[in-house]
Design a protein around this ligand. Structure first.
Ligand code: FPP
Length: 237
């Protein structure tokens, strides 16, 4: 990565294609999720090496609760195991770990593991790794809207004075810069109720590579493509 100026501050990834990767190999879908964890580690290390400040990953959507029970429970166990196993990797790479989403739906055991990892990595400052868990963009906007409605009550003057910063500061991503680059793997080209508010000016890269095969090389080549993009934010040069 030669051109430091064009390194995105926040890269976000919709990790897709684990199931297909496993099925292509004659295995259960869960086999793909297990290999997907290796890609999480590889991309985290690549982001640290490239000097990215925030890497966020869409690990489980609110809609994913509707998958077969055994797949959901295996995914949750995989998250739990990764959180226990990856402490050393996070500490060695100076990575701060953050989970965002509707945590009320997660088990107490998983919530305790998340809190513990977030506490222990809180002072790390090379990269912030954000895992979106039980997250959806519409849920996020709705919970922000409810918070604002409660705060404003029926106060017309306060309601009229609201601006977009008032919404942004109540989303779960408050204080985190919007993603400069959103990558979706596996060839699908849609947003799937991800960071709906935050993606307003994100650049998108749709990679045909299935998530378990998306490693450092693929991550760096996405950064190279991003560096060539001309971002105008609705203005002219
Ligand atoms: C999408 O593939 C992937 C997921 C819904 C889960 C992603 C989870 C992991 C990689 C494992 C754990 C993550 C962390 C952060 C430790 P898919 O199942 O939708 O694949 P398909 O589209 O081929 O069916």
């Amino acid at each position: 990565m030669e051109d430091k100026v064009r390194i995105p501050k926040h890269v976000s990834i919709i990790m897709d294609g684990n199931g297909r990767w496993a099925e292509e190999r004659g295995h259960e879908r869960v086999y793909g999720h297990t290999h997907g964890v290796e890609s999480v580690r590889a991309c985290t290390e690549a982001a640290v090496e490239a000097g990215v400040s925030y890497l966020s990953l869409f690990a489980f959507s609110e809609e994913n609760w509707g998958r077969p029970e055994d797949e959901v429970s295996t995914l949750m166990k995989l998250m739990f195991k990764s959180m226990v196993d990856e402490l050393d990797t996070l500490m060695n790479n100076q990575v701060r770990f953050v989970v965002l989403g509707n945590r009320a739906r997660l088990s107490d055991e998983l919530n305790r593991a998340i809190d513990s990892l977030m506490d222990r990595t809180e002072a790390n400052d090379r990269l912030t790794l954000i895992i979106f868990l039980s997250y959806s963009g519409k849920w996020d906007i709705l919970q922000a809207a409810k918070a604002i409605a409660l705060e404003c009550g029926g106060d017309r003057e306060r309601i009229e004075a609201l601006d977009s910063a008032d919404i942004a500061s109540r989303l779960v991503t408050a204080g985190i810069p919007d993603p400069d680059l959103i990558i979706r793997t596996s060839g699908e080209q849609r947003i799937s109720n991800y960071l709906l508010w935050q993606c307003a000016y994100s650049e998108f890269i749709f990679s045909p590579v299935l998530w378990p095969d998306f490693r450092k090389k693929e991550f760096f080549s996405a950064l190279e493509e991003f560096a060539k993009r001309d971002r105008r934010y609705g203005k002219v040069k």
